[in-house]
Design a protein around this ligand. Sequence first.
Ligand SMILES: [Zn+2]
Length: 95
Amino acid sequence: MGSRGDATMIYWNDKDRGYPISLESGTKGIWISCTACKHSDKWLWGRVAQTWRAGTYTRDLTRSLKCSRCGAKEACVMAWAWGPLENPPRLTARI
Ligand SMILES: [Zn+2]
Protein backbone atom coordinates (compact mmCIF):
# COMPACT_ATOMS: atom_id res chain seq x y z
CA MET A 1 0.00 0.00 0.00
CA GLY A 2 1.22 3.49 -0.78
CA SER A 3 0.98 6.37 1.60
CA ARG A 4 -2.52 7.31 2.64
CA GLY A 5 -3.62 10.90 2.71
CA ASP A 6 -4.81 12.68 5.80
CA ALA A 7 -8.35 12.68 4.48
CA THR A 8 -8.51 8.91 4.80
CA MET A 9 -11.01 7.62 7.30
CA ILE A 10 -9.47 5.06 9.62
CA TYR A 11 -11.69 2.49 11.31
CA TRP A 12 -11.12 0.54 14.52
CA ASN A 13 -11.26 -2.72 12.54
CA ASP A 14 -9.02 -1.68 9.63
CA LYS A 15 -6.29 -4.11 8.66
CA ASP A 16 -4.01 -1.16 8.18
CA ARG A 17 -2.53 0.70 11.15
CA GLY A 18 -3.39 4.01 9.54
CA TYR A 19 -0.81 6.75 9.91
CA PRO A 20 1.00 8.15 12.96
CA ILE A 21 -0.60 11.30 14.30
CA SER A 22 1.49 14.41 13.98
CA LEU A 23 0.89 17.83 15.42
CA GLU A 24 2.64 19.37 12.43
CA SER A 25 0.41 17.98 9.76
CA GLY A 26 -1.25 21.31 8.98
CA THR A 27 -4.60 20.14 10.28
CA LYS A 28 -6.65 21.43 13.21
CA GLY A 29 -7.03 18.11 14.90
CA ILE A 30 -9.03 14.95 14.40
CA TRP A 31 -12.66 14.22 13.77
CA ILE A 32 -13.89 11.21 15.71
CA SER A 33 -17.06 9.29 15.03
CA CYS A 34 -18.78 6.27 16.56
CA THR A 35 -19.75 3.81 13.83
CA ALA A 36 -22.43 2.29 16.08
CA CYS A 37 -24.55 5.36 16.88
CA LYS A 38 -23.01 8.03 14.58
CA HIS A 39 -22.11 10.22 17.53
CA SER A 40 -19.19 12.41 16.46
CA ASP A 41 -16.83 14.91 17.98
CA LYS A 42 -13.94 17.12 16.92
CA TRP A 43 -10.77 17.30 18.96
CA LEU A 44 -8.17 20.02 18.55
CA TRP A 45 -4.54 18.86 18.60
CA GLY A 46 -4.09 20.22 22.13
CA ARG A 47 -6.65 17.77 23.44
CA VAL A 48 -5.36 14.97 21.21
CA ALA A 49 -1.81 15.51 22.51
CA GLN A 50 -3.02 15.25 26.11
CA THR A 51 -4.55 11.87 25.36
CA TRP A 52 -2.13 10.17 22.98
CA ARG A 53 1.54 10.51 22.16
CA ALA A 54 2.61 11.94 18.84
CA GLY A 55 3.37 8.98 16.62
CA THR A 56 0.42 6.93 17.85
CA TYR A 57 -1.16 5.24 14.85
CA THR A 58 -4.69 6.27 14.06
CA ARG A 59 -6.07 2.75 14.23
CA ASP A 60 -4.62 2.25 17.72
CA LEU A 61 -6.20 5.56 18.62
CA THR A 62 -9.65 4.45 17.48
CA ARG A 63 -9.29 1.22 19.46
CA SER A 64 -8.68 3.11 22.68
CA LEU A 65 -11.82 5.20 22.27
CA LYS A 66 -15.12 4.39 23.85
CA CYS A 67 -18.26 6.20 22.79
CA SER A 68 -19.61 8.47 25.52
CA ARG A 69 -23.13 8.04 24.21
CA CYS A 70 -23.61 4.32 23.49
CA GLY A 71 -20.49 2.76 25.02
CA ALA A 72 -19.38 1.05 21.80
CA LYS A 73 -15.68 0.75 21.03
CA GLU A 74 -16.14 1.06 17.29
CA ALA A 75 -14.74 4.44 16.41
CA CYS A 76 -13.38 5.90 13.23
CA VAL A 77 -11.19 8.96 12.87
CA MET A 78 -10.26 11.36 10.15
CA ALA A 79 -7.91 14.32 10.05
CA TRP A 80 -9.79 17.53 10.74
CA ALA A 81 -8.52 20.29 8.52
CA TRP A 82 -11.57 22.26 7.59
CA GLY A 83 -14.84 23.60 8.93
CA PRO A 84 -15.60 25.68 12.01
CA LEU A 85 -13.95 25.26 15.39
CA GLU A 86 -15.67 23.45 18.23
CA ASN A 87 -17.52 26.42 19.63
CA PRO A 88 -18.53 28.72 16.82
CA PRO A 89 -19.80 32.14 17.91
CA ARG A 90 -23.53 32.21 18.38
CA LEU A 91 -25.72 34.36 16.31
CA THR A 92 -27.12 36.96 18.65
CA ALA A 93 -28.67 39.54 16.37
CA ARG A 94 -32.17 39.01 15.14
CA ILE A 95 -33.87 41.24 12.68
ZN1 LIG B 1 -21.81 5.48 19.99
